[in-house]
Design a binder for this molecule. Structure first.
Ligand SMILES: [Zn+2]
Length: 310
């Protein structure tokens, strides 16, 4: 049996890695994003100039990602890295960046795009106490991608970031960005109309997630099952939240797939439905793409919210 040298083995592994098929084509700009939403928007803005990989698939908890060799390899090879920021990726991205030692995407350089630039964070904690455990949102709520109004800022930051790094393609990025914003704005005005009848309607969330969406569409978060981001709720929360749901005739409780149990107990004791909504679009399937994902979010609210009694 012939022996395979380490060099040949490395070459074989490299061939199997993402992008390997495209290296000889047009040498696209290799962009790595932390979420599929960001990946979709980079594709919309970058077109054929970019080859994009999302480090997560959309169903994972961005607060808690395991840095794996596949992710390290992607960061190692990237020309540009795009993040949500506001500490969303705090538990794992700095570690990956350290290990990858890739100067092209070092924070503070044009290869590192922080999409939270210009976002006014909501839910900034007044006092940072760790008495009840760690707060995952120390810089404020990082789930701003869930409001399409804030999505506009993501598009603007990606256009600006890519243009800074590749001024030779700047006009192209600006043109594509403007076209995408036009599509997004059309949908935003449709979504506003569809949710307008529910102005002031309340819902309950598990994790502090939907603040931007609620604010921008005039909805009300009646209560949160997880009082502090990332802190497991006390058993007494069940009764408290159920009572609030009843008092406010809440029609909708929103959870992620992993947090269903407590929410189901609450829903069983009041007149609310459970909706399971991911926090990000998906890398494949129906929820691929930021606009289709937001469409799913809006229609879920539309189907389940109760019109305010006046
Ligand atoms: Zn969070």
């Amino acid at each position: 049996m012939s022996r395979i040298s380490n060099g040949v083995l490395t070459a074989l592994i490299l061939l199997l890695l993402p992008w390997s098929g495209q290296v000889f084509a047009e040498d696209p700009i290799r962009v790595v994003t932390t979420t599929p939403d960001l990946a979709d928007i980079v594709r919309q803005v970058g077109g054929d100039r970019v080859s994009v990989i999302s480090l997560t698939n959309g169903s994972e908890d961005l607060h808690n990602i395991r840095p794996r060799p596949r992710l390290l390899n992607a960061v190692f090879r990237a020309d540009v890295l795009v993040q949500i920021g506001l500490d969303m990726e705090h538990a794992w991205l700095p570690q990956l960046l350290n290990a990858a030692r890739n100067d092209r995407v070092r924070p503070g350089t044009p290869g590192f795009i922080n999409c939270s630039a210009g976002i006014q964070p909501l839910d900034v904690p007044a006092a940072t106490t760790r008495k009840e455990g760690p707060d995952l949102h120390l810089k404020g709520n990082p789930h701003y991608n869930l409001s399409p109004f804030r999505g506009r800022q993501i598009v603007a930051n990606i256009v600006e970031g890519l243009s800074n790094k590749y001024p030779q393609y700047s006009e192209e990025f600006k043109k594509r960005g403007a076209e995408y914003l036009q599509q997004l704005d059309q949908k935003i005005s449709e979504w506003k109309d569809r949710l307008a009848p529910f102005k002031g309607a309340g819902f309950i969330e598990y994790h502090p997630t939907w603040s931007y969406f609620a604010k921008d569409f005039n909805l009300q978060i009646v209560d949160r099952i997880e009082a502090k981001a990332g802190v497991t709720p006390h058993a007494t929360r069940l009764a408290e939240v159920t009572e609030k749901a009843r008092q406010n005739s809440v029609g909708l409780i929103i959870v992620r797939p992993v947090n269903q149990d407590l929410a189901r107990k609450i829903a069983a004791n009041c007149d609310a439905k459970i909706a399971i909504l991911p926090h990000h679009s998906s890398v494949k399937g129906n929820l691929k793409g930021y606009i289709p994902f937001m469409e799913h979010i809006v229609s879920t609210f539309e189907k389940n919210l109760k019109v305010e009694q006046r």
